[in-house]
Design a binder for this molecule. Structure first.
Ligand code: PHB
Length: 391
């Protein structure tokens, strides 16, 4: 009888071995643990949601797996608060034991995440925050970015503004790394082309009391004002600008975050605004068409640049996971494959620089109806200078 035979010492050993190997098999199939550290509240909340949506969309398109490993998620709301960032990142790394951190939107929070990632040798993919330091002095083999550097977006607009014969510009932004660096990039591109930044104005993040600054603009009367604002703050700024009636005498320009994912809320106030970004709403490549269709179907929302960056963070991780056949512990193999990946992005194909930042085209966009319309390439194949990256 089978039952009797199983009780013999030899059969028990065989059974135990079989069970152990089954357990071993299950272990090899453990889920890949992705830790989202994103803003789900505050002025950047919609941006965090779009990044998560985009990431999930790519994974879902792969049947819920990357490199053969099913993906599971844990989430932390970082509130775009740098003072909580190290604790939040440490929770993901030490409590949740994630295989990879994906985050975040805010540059100050992302820099703290990069430090935690470095200290613990945890893989980090930044799906938005442009802090120049992340692919500059903080660059490391385990840190990647699927988005842009703040310098890149500002530089592209500075170059276009000079080409369009704008002579003087003032700048208005939030006083933190993203605003400061975006303005610095703008100034570099603009002044190299013969323009002059005549006044730099700012306010603390995430304040939206713009009135005093707009009054100052009307007394300085520059040809243009360059801005970095995003999310809820960008909606308010564009509406306040329009209400101030500066529209005709001073040209408002910006990095594309000013009008990305915000057009429904900004309405007519955004009409005609010129911005530069590595995405536009009417690109014609087949990847973007398929991406936008699927995104709208799944989330009942139009995608934006943040959704694209989330999608591409998953593509980048996927390229690594496929190369190591799901063995996320094979860090060298994973990093090598991610470094050399050619990402077929909805924004157009891109590769990574040595510092792990996208080398990509920047589009000049004009708000037309409810879309950021591509009106030409502002800079082709723009690479961040990666100042201070020694890795
Ligand atoms: C940033 O903090 O780096 C940042 C935030 C929002 C954006 C772009 C950059 O839309």
């Amino acid at each position: 009888m089978t039952a009797l035979r199983l009780r013999s010492p030899l059969s028990s050993t065989l059974l135990a071995t079989a069970l152990l190997s089954l357990a071993g098999g299950a272990c090899a199939q453990d889920k890949l643990k992705v830790g989202f550290m994103l803003p789900y509240t505050g002025t950047y909340a919609a941006l965090g949601v779009a990044i998560e949506n985009g990431f999930r969309q790519y994974v879902d398109e792969q049947g819920g797996k990357l490199g053969g490993r099913a993906v599971e998620y844990v989430k932390v709301d970082d509130e775009s608060d740098p003072s909580k960032a190290a604790d939040n990142a440490n929770k993901l790394v030490k409590r949740d034991n994630v295989d990879v951190m994906v985050g975040t939107v805010h540059s100050g929070v992302a820099m703290a995440m990069a430090k935690v990632a470095k200290d613990n040798n945890t893989l980090l993919i930044v799906p938005n925050a442009g802090a120049d330091a992340i692919t500059g002095p903080l660059c490391a083999p385990n840190i990647f970015r699927s988005s842009f550097s703040n310098w890149q977006t500002g530089f592209a607009m500075g170059k276009v503004a000079a080409e369009r014969k704008i002579k003087t510009a003032a700048t208005i932004t939030w006083k933190y790394a993203a605003g400061d660096e975006s303005v610095r990039g703008f100034k570099e591109g603009f002044e190299a082309g013969g323009g002059k930044v005549v006044k730099e104005m700012n306010l603390p993040f995430p304040n939206v009391e713009f009135q005093a600054l707009l009054t100052e603009v009307s007394s300085i009367k520059p040809d243009a004002v360059y801005t970095f604002f995003a999310g809820g703050g960008a909606v308010k700024f564009v509406k306040d600008w329009s209400a101030a009636g500066l529209g005709n005498s001073v040209k408002l320009i910006g990095s594309g975050f000013l009008t990305d994912g915000t057009l429904e809320a900004q309405g007519d106030a955004a009409k005609g605004l010129l911005t530069t970004l590595h995405y536009a709403d009417d690109l014609t490549n087949p990847k973007d068409k398929a991406f936008r269709l699927q995104y709208a179907k799944t989330y009942k929302l139009q995608p934006d640049v943040y959704a694209v960056q989330g999608y591409d963070a998953a593509q980048l991780l996927g390229a690594g996971m496929v190369a190591v056949k799901g063995d996320v512990k094979n860090r060298d193999g994973l990093v090598k494959a991610m470094e050399s990946a050619k990402i077929d992005s909805p924004r157009g194909p891109f590769t990574l620089s040595k510092a792990h930042n996208p080398v990509q085209d920047f589009y000049l966009r004009e708000v037309t109806g409810k879309v950021n319309k591509n009106v030409g390439i502002a800079v082709k194949g723009l690479a961040d200078p990666a100042r201070g990256c020694k890795a």
